[in-house]
Design a protein around this ligand. Structure first.
Ligand SMILES: Nc1ncnc2c1ncn2[C@@H]1O[C@H](COP(=O)(O)OP(=O)(O)O)[C@@H](O)[C@H]1O
Ligand SMILES: N[C@@H](CCC(=O)OP(=O)(O)O)C(=O)O
Length: 367
């Protein structure tokens, strides 16, 4: 069976069941489904809302505050309760969780993006469930993602996910808001988000979540552009996570045209102008061109230009021919220090290591 990387986004409406506190009984059921997928060999990442709701419950506040600062206060109180709840629930299945609190500003910054991606990958490698929420304490109006739908699309990109499942209190995207329109019909598949589709999505009516369907469509748009399929489905549908992950037609599927890898390679080719270059020896050229291998520091003979981790660079042959374009895993200063050495010696030379490769084969397009 194909092992997938799946991001499951749980909205406030799903986690509270429409009440003013966390619905722990339902959370147990959602965790059971995630644990089952995890144990079948898939990689599962949870994007959780509910910090504000948990804070409200913990402090016994009945009215939902309207000011951003008060919501931030509730999120600060509630996030620790929320993560503890997830840790305790996943523990039932012998699993640990790792908390990642992110903002869009973190992910817009190339260096921080790569650092967050390293954390995500390392958690997954150690079979720990990453639990992501917005860092509400520092998310102001300029920098906040604004809702966890958009954040979940960024988390899916960070995780190189195959599938993003947005669970909410409706069974998918309807032709109109089903709360106010009884004749609204479920749309089962979308291959392109057009203006007509966007017009179907109103704001949140539940008053518990923030974005309604509009932010789910924004998230679906971002994820699809990165080659990630998206499903919007109801959080209370039986075995919903497992069934969607297995490809059952449930809710609304947003089908992406390209795979994440094809998308990334296209971006490397057509994206930003190269920030610099490296020259490699004949052995490395054979490995990269003929075998499709990653490029190791050992094969680098020359570094030119000033660039950072995550920048697109050119890979040149000894005769000055451009062989490939790729995303550098180390800055030009770091590559200058580690060129020609064995990967095991990177740590000794730099004092730290981001991995054994200078450019990973998934980040490399041979020309
Ligand atoms: N076309 C539509 N199809 C389905 N739901 C819609 C549509 N337009 C607006 N909505 C509203 O979006 C709400 C879900 O968004 P929201 O309350 O933000 O949930 P969450 O907390 O899960 O993010 C639904 O309860 C529904 O009333
Ligand atoms: N970060 C906030 C969630 C923001 C929000 O309301 O998201 P959502 O319910 O997914 O629309 C929290 O944890 O309460």
């Amino acid at each position: 069976m194909f092992k997938k990387t799946i991001v499951v986004k749980l909205g406030t409406s799903v986690l509270t069941g429409g009440s003013a506190k966390l619905d722990r009984a339902h959370m147990v059921e959602l965790v059971r489904q995630c644990a089952k997928l995890h144990n079948a060999g898939h990689q599962v990442i949870v994007v959780t809302s509910g910090a504000v709701a948990a804070g409200r419950e913990h402090l016994g506040m009945h009215d939902l505050p309207t000011t951003v600062a008060n919501k931030q206060m509730l999120a600060a109180v509630g996030q620790s309760q929320l993560i503890l709840t997830w840790e305790n629930l996943f523990n039932i299945y012998g699993l640990h969780v790792g908390q990642m609190l992110l903002t869009r500003a973190d992910l817009d910054d190339r260096e921080r993006f790569l650092n967050a991606r390293d954390t995500m990958r390392t958690l997954l490698k150690h079979r720990i469930i990453p639990i992501v929420n917005e860092n509400d304490a520092v998310a102001t109006s300029e920098i906040k993602v604004g809702d966890n739908d958009n954040l979940s699309a960024l988390a899916a990109i960070l995780a190189d996910a195959d599938l993003l499942i947005l669970l909410t209190d409706q069974s998918g995207l309807f032709t109109a808001d089903p709360r106010t329109n009884k004749d609204a019909k479920l749309i089962s598949q979308i291959t392109e988000i057009t203006d007509e589709i966007r017009q179907l999505a109103g704001g949140s009516v539940s008053g518990l979540g923030t974005g309604g369907m509009a932010t789910k469509l924004q998230a679906a748009d971002v994820a699809m552009r990165a080659g990630i399929d998206v499903v919007i489905a109801a959080g209370n549908e039986e075995q919903v996570i497992k069934r969607v992950a297995e490809g059952e037609s449930l809710g609304t599927l947003f089908l992406s045209k390209k795979s994440p890898l094809e998308h990334r390679k296209q971006w490397i080719l057509a994206g930003p102008p190269p920030a610099g270059q490296i020259t490699i020896d004949a052995g490395a050229e054979t490995a990269v061109v003929a075998k499709g291998s990653s490029l190791l520091p050992k094969g680098i003979t020359h570094v030119a230009g000033a660039y950072g981790r995550g920048d697109v660079i050119l890979v040149m042959s000894q005769t000055g021919k451009v062989i490939a374009r790729g995303i550098a895993r180390y800055s030009s200063i770091e590559l200058e220090a580690i060129k020609g050495i064995h990967s095991e010696d990177i740590e000794k030379t730099l004092g730290y290591v981001y991995g054994s490769v200078a450019i990973h084969r998934d980040d490399l397009v041979v020309l």
